[in-house]
Design a protein around this ligand. Structure first.
Ligand SMILES: C[S@@+](CC[C@H](N)C(=O)[O-])C[C@H]1O[C@@H](n2cnc3c(N)ncnc32)[C@H](O)[C@@H]1O
Length: 274
């Protein structure tokens, strides 16, 4: 099951995973907003949705190692109930706001337009893994220059970048975006890569029970982490297979390019004798 996507209901598959074996859970479940995923998973009665959410959360939490952590995507509609439940099982570290950078046009007329997703970040124990250096944000040249006075010289943070905050402004994926797959709620790689790099060591294992277009699998492949992931919808499952294959080919291409470069250097070295 490792480094494979399975076309299965996550709730059937999760019990097969050994307890205390997962470094990180990235969960982007249906939000219960009535989206069409080719099934009724996003169209439950409120109470039924919350019971189902607690059910799968109770299944995944024991799979985490003691150093493990969990990110869960939600919206303001259900995050209060979900976070209260999770706080009874884990330690809450952050509520991250994903600002989807929605342009200012139209929107709600009887309340404020909602332009963010809520992400809960929870740890299984106080010994949770977190690699800050892997996700520092580089300062831009203007800031670096502005802080070039002698009191800042040699300051490590200026060189290594700043600690990411809990407000993540990353544009949602538009139809024409190069990364875009045929999935209605695909998350930007930048967001999932940040979670994977910060909260799973290299060669560790990430569990994503609700694969969608396979963004977590892609982030793991690009960053040397293993994944376990499930998708119930057969079409999305096929889409993920293609996405994973394309990434494999991309890695192969870069390997070939690296080989070519290495061969060229070797030839140049040999020629320099003449
Ligand atoms: C919010 S989307 C995930 C999007 C994903 N993070 C991405 O970037 O593409 C949720 C997905 O979970 C799938 N799903 C819903 N219930 C499921 C279940 N019980 N088991 C497996 N997959 C399920 C849906 O078909 C949908 O594709």
């Amino acid at each position: 099951m490792i480094d494979q996507v399975l076309n299965i209901d996550a709730l059937e598959a999760i019990p097969q995973i050994p307890d205390n074996s997962i470094d990180l859970i990235v969960a982007d479940p249906p939000y219960n907003l009535g989206k069409d995923y080719g099934n009724d998973s996003d169209k439950r009665e409120s109470k039924e949705f919350l019971v189902w959410t607690e059910q799968w959360l109770d299944l995944v939490i024991p799979k985490l190692k003691d150093t493990g952590s969990l990110y869960i995507f939600a919206t303001w509609r259900y995050s209060p109930e979900i976070f209260v439940f999770l706080k009874s099982r884990m330690t809450m570290l952050n509520e991250i706001i994903w600002d989807r950078k929605v342009p200012s046009m139209g929107g709600s007329t009887r309340r404020y337009s909602s332009v963010h997703d809520t992400i809960g970040f929870f740890a299984k124990s106080k010994d949770y893994y977190f690699d800050l250096d892997a996700i520092r944000v580089p300062y831009d040249e203007v800031t670096k220059k502005a802080r070039s006075r002698s009191i800042f010289v040699g300051k490590k943070w200026l060189e290594v970048g700043y600690n990411p905050k809990d407000l993540w402004s990353v544009s949602r994926l538009h139809r024409i975006h190069a990364e875009r797959e045929e999935h209605p709620t695909q998350k930007p790689l930048e967001i999932i890569e940040r979670m994977v790099k910060a909260s799973c060591p290299e060669n560790g294992v990430v569990l994503d029970p609700f694969a969608g277009s396979g963004t977590t699998a892609a982030a793991c492949l690009l960053n040397n982490r293993h994944f376990i992931t499930y998708e119930m919808n057969e079409e999305y499952y096929q889409l993920i297979q293609k996405r994973i294959k394309r990434l494999g080919e991309f890695e192969l291409t870069s390997d070939l390019q690296k080989n070519e470069q290495a061969n060229q250097k070797e030839t140049e070295k040999q020629l320099s004798f003449f």
